[in-house]
Design a protein around this ligand. Sequence first.
Ligand SMILES: C[S@@+](CC[C@H](N)C(=O)[O-])C[C@H]1O[C@@H](n2cnc3c(N)ncnc32)[C@H](O)[C@@H]1O
Length: 246
Amino acid sequence: MDEDKNPWDTNSEWWQKSFTNGENAEYSQQLLPLIVELTAGFEKVLEIGTGEGQIIRALHEASVNAIGIDSSYKQIKHGKKIDPNSLLITSKAEYLPFRDSFFDASIACLVMEHIEEFEDSIREVSRVVKDGGRFVLAMNHPLLQSPGSSWVEDWNTDPREKYWRVGSYLREERSEEYFPDGIIIPFTHRPLSRYVNALSDSGFLTTRMIEPEPFTPEGKDMEWENENSFIPRLLLLVCEKSSGSK
Ligand SMILES: C[S@@+](CC[C@H](N)C(=O)[O-])C[C@H]1O[C@@H](n2cnc3c(N)ncnc32)[C@H](O)[C@@H]1O
C-alpha cells in the first residue's frame, strides 16, 4: 500500500499521542478493561486493526495469547518499538494471513467504521475464528453518534432545555472527521442493521450488546454531566460463532 495514501500512516503519530499509553481515559479506564473482560478465558485472540497494539499489550498483561493486524505499517512499527514482544503484523482485515479456525476469539475496536468493504472483513473474521468462538465488535455507536448528532441547547425555554439531536441515521455515507491540528480521518457511517446483518450472514450470533455509560473526565462541567451520561458514545456487540457456518 502506498504509505502516503493511508491516513493511518499519515496520522499515526497523532493517534499514538492522543489515544494510547494512558493519554485517553476512555481507553485506559473503560475500553481496555472491558475488552480484557470480554476475551477472558479464550486462548488465542486476534485483534483486527490493532493500531499500535495497546489492546494486544493489555491482553498480554492478562496472560492472553494475542496477535494484532493492522494495514498501517507505521502503527505496527511503533507498536513493535513500544513492546518488541508484541505479535503485530501488517495486514489488511479483508485478507487475513491465517488458516481457517485458527483463533478462539477476535476483537475489532473502532475499526470497521474505517473499512469500506467491511463485510469482507467480517467474513474473514468468521473464517479464522473457530466454531463456538467469540467476536467482539466495538464501534462508535451507529445510532446515537451518526453524523450530525450533537447537543442542542434551547434558550427559548425556561428552564433551558438540552437535548441530543440524532443525525441522518439511515443515510450511509463516507465522510471525514476533523480533529484539531488539521487531522482528517475518513470514516463510514452505516445503520446498525448493516453490522448486525453482516455478522449474522457470516455465522455470528449476537448474544450481548453493551452500551457503556460515556466516560466523563474529572472536572467536566457538572451541569452537563448528567445529560452526557445518558447518551452512549460506544457500542459493543458480543457475538458467538455458530457451528456449521462457513
Ligand atoms: C481508531 S484506530 C483503532 C486502533 C486500535 N483498535 C485501538 O483501539 O487502539 C483504527 C485502526 O484501524 C486500522 N485500519 C483501517 N482500515 C484497516 C483495514 N482495512 N485493515 C486493517 N486495519 C485497518 C487503522 O490503520 C488504524 O490503526
